[in-house]
Design a protein around this ligand. Structure first.
Ligand SMILES: Nc1ncnc2c1ncn2[C@@H]1O[C@H](COP(=O)(O)OP(=O)(O)OP(=O)(O)O)[C@@H](O)[C@H]1O
Length: 641
């Protein structure tokens, strides 16, 4: 468990799958004949390879295609009043002197260079390549027809619980694309599995992959159908229970007739709830923070739709875990992590004996090296009773793609067209730490960036919610504490969140960064008038305004304090799944190791149509070409990997 969120640098995580949405039967090319030692004999015709078909334009999100067409026809890009999308203006995110311009506007001299295929440095490919525009348009047309949760086939109490419990502050309730696609598919009885063994004698169950961009509402996409199923099953259980009780009453009557003068031993047997310690649905996530987050949503929904739920994590004491799991009233939905469930299942094998719905959230983490064995063992143990296995992820690396093909060949893939993209409403700037005034000091550059972001003013401030929440991502856990201390010495309200932080402290810290009410500024779109622009704080970094050196660098008391700004320094731990609705700014202190980390870290911004700004600090040893490619893909709205 402790190793779950460690930084992973394995090559397999460097590339994401090329064709996430395919099913196993697709793309199966003819088996290539290998030339044996006698391959050249008895040959009457030259074996020339078939002429390759001309390469099709890689499939990309529509925005990307439009950009490409504009490029080819040299049409100028229409200007947008609300967002700063100009790559040049984006690049000036740092101080006048310390900023690197990424990417440069095309001139005739660098034209050829710009025509190179994207993702040269990242060796990335278009993730959704096999999803043709035709398919995309079909999905889009299908999505456009759905406008409310009621149309998804959920039972009324479940959809109304979304309005009253999970999203009470919204005035319009429209399911997100992944919710529109996944909920009907998970509820569908069309392909309802038959609980019988397959050809290999293995238990059969539905296998579904839900893959959609970060912050797109995947939690509700799998949770609502599960609650629907649990409630349906509850009804069936009630009928079964009534039949069983009738049978028991009959048996008792018979016994009493036979044992007139003896005490009935069955009277002394304590009544045990059939679902005690045996949940119907199990949701597994990779970290205790996510256990707490998902449990919160599960509990909220249970206020209206009545069911019994619990979340248990490594942070809970054995007594708390026992009490929650073996609650005499039973348990329907359990949220936990694989390592904890794996260790409990060794002692209490019955814990998995009734699981019908099993979710692997953040599936790429749960099937990576640190979790895979435990996750697979849990699936195997739950298989006899399992009806549906749901894998859920915002990133599908090649390793996961191959694993799904091998292990779950019948897996149905539900993929949104925007998978692996970062919303265009998120901007990425870069600050060169090697230039003045930082001269290679990453810490100083970080403090300066935070001071500048913190001091910049929103013109449309909502006076009550003016606190800015900034997330700083570092690659190494040890660095987080050190950096938080350094920032504090510069007058910044900074804390670190790592594996070493206690549970109570983690909850306290995360609650301010995840509360949707804590968002600073108005959510209203800009009117186009420059003065009314939502993000007026995108000013060039000016050392005269921030002057981090004015603060103590010796770790003593800072001479100045940055007001109304809260900073959280964290690692991968804070990047996966954490619903940081209050955050508008992310600082990438280190360049992420992989594009997967880019997707997750930048994915803390731009959630549910919010805007955001990220700044990456880069030094002479960092891969600037990678940053350039990421930025360019974001600008074009392309899938990153
Ligand atoms: N239909 C909806 N309309 C508005 N907000 C929604 C809707 N569905 C979910 N949300 C909200 O969107 C936020 C993000 O949802 P969620 O955490 O499920 O995203 P995610 O896709 O799992 O993100 P990640 O990949 O980063 O884990 C949550 O605060 C959730 O309450």
């Amino acid at each position: 468990m402790a190793s779950a969120m460690r930084q992973r640098k394995t090559p397999s995580r460097m590339t994401l799958s090329q064709d996430v949405s395919r099913t196993r039967t697709e793309n199966k090319g003819p088996k290539r004949e290998t030339a044996g030692p006698f391959a050249g004999m008895n040959q009457t015709e030259a074996r020339l390879p078939d002429r390759r078909a001309p390469r099709a334009i890689p499939s990309r999100p529509r925005m990307a295609l439009r950009t490409e067409i504009r490029k080819r026809t040299s049409q100028p890009r229409p200007s947008t009043a609300t967002t700063v999308l100009d790559p040049e203006s984006n690049a000036t995110a740092g101080t006048g002197t310390a900023t690197t311009e990424l990417p440069k506007r095309k001139t005739s001299a660098n034209k050829d260079k710009d025509e190179r295929p994207l993702f040269h440095a990242l060796k990335m490919q278009q993730t959704l390549a096999p999803l043709s525009y035709n398919q995309r348009d079909k999905i889009k047309a299908k999505l456009e027809k759905i406008n409310s949760f009621e149309e998804l086939g959920l039972m009324p109490p479940v959809s109304s619980a979304v309005y009253t419990q999970v999203l009470p502050s919204l005035t319009e309730y429209v399911p997100t694309p992944i919710q529109k696609l996944a909920i009907p598919a998970l509820l569908s009885k069309k392909n309802e599995f038959q609980k019988q063994k397959n050809a290999d004698g293995q238990p059969n169950f539905d296998q579904v992959l839900i893959a959609a961009e970060t912050g797109s509402g995947k939690t509700l996409a799998y949770l609502l159908p599960i609650i629907h199923h649990v409630k349906e099953q509850e009804e069936l259980d009630r009928i079964e229970e009534a039949e069983r009780e009738a049978q028991e009453a009959q048996d008792k009557e018979d016994r009493e007739k036979r044992l007139v003068f003896e005490a009935d031993p069955s009277e002394d047997e304590p009544k045990i709830h059939p679902s005690m310690g045996r949940p119907r649905a199990l949701i597994l996530v990779p970290s205790s923070e996510l256990v707490a987050q998902v449990t919160k949503v599960v509990k909220l929904l249970s206020h209206t739709v009545k069911y019994k739920s619990a979340g248990i994590s490594a942070y809970n004491s054995p007594t708390v875990i026992r009490n929650r799991l073996f609650n005499p009233n039973g348990i329907d939905i359990l949220v936990s992590s694989p390592h904890l469930i794996g260790s409990i299942a060794k002692k209490e094998p019955n814990i998995l004996s009734r699981v019908q719905y099993l979710v692997m959230d953040e599936a790429d983490s749960l099937f990576d090296r640190s979790f895979s064995e435990t996750s697979c063992a849990i699936i195997d143990r739950a298989a006899p009773s399992l009806k549906q296995l749901i894998l859920c992820s915002a990133t599908v690396p090649n390793s996961l793609d191959r694993f799904i093909d091998r292990r779950f060949p019948e897996c149905k893939r539900i993929v949104t067209p925007k998978l692996h993209t970062i919303p265009r409403r998120v901007q990425l700037g870069a600050v060169d730490i090697d230039k003045d005034p930082y001269r290679g000091s990453r810490d100083l550059a970080c403090a300066d960036v935070i001071w500048t972001l913190g001091k910049a003013v929103h013109e449309d401030l909502n006076a009550r919610n003016t606190v800015k929440h900034i997330l700083v991502f570092v690659n190494e856990r040890e660095r987080a504490e050190e950096l938080a201390r350094f920032l504090a010495s510069k007058g910044i309200d900074a804390v670190a969140l790592t594996r070493d932080t206690t549970e109570q402290r983690q909850n306290e810290i995360l609650s301010t960064f995840t509360a949707s009410t804590a968002v600073e500024g108005s959510e209203k779109p800009s009117t186009g008038n420059k003065k009314n622009k939502l993000f007026n704080d995108f000013v060039p970094f000016d050392s005269s305004t921030s002057d981090p050196s004015a603060s103590s660098s010796s770790g003593g008391k800072p001479t100045r304090h940055l007001p109304d700004t809260k900073v959280l320094v964290t690692t991968d731990l804070g990047s996966r799944g954490v619903d940081t609705l209050a955050v508008r700014h992310v600082v990438l202190y280190d360049v992420p190791h992989t594009t997967i980390d880019f997707v997750h870290r930048l994915g803390r911004l731009g959630r549910m149509n919010r805007r955001g700004r990220a700044i990456v600090l880069m030094g002479r040893h960092d891969r600037k070409d990678i940053i350039r490619e990421v930025r360019e893909a974001m600008y074009k709205g392309q899938a990153l990997i």
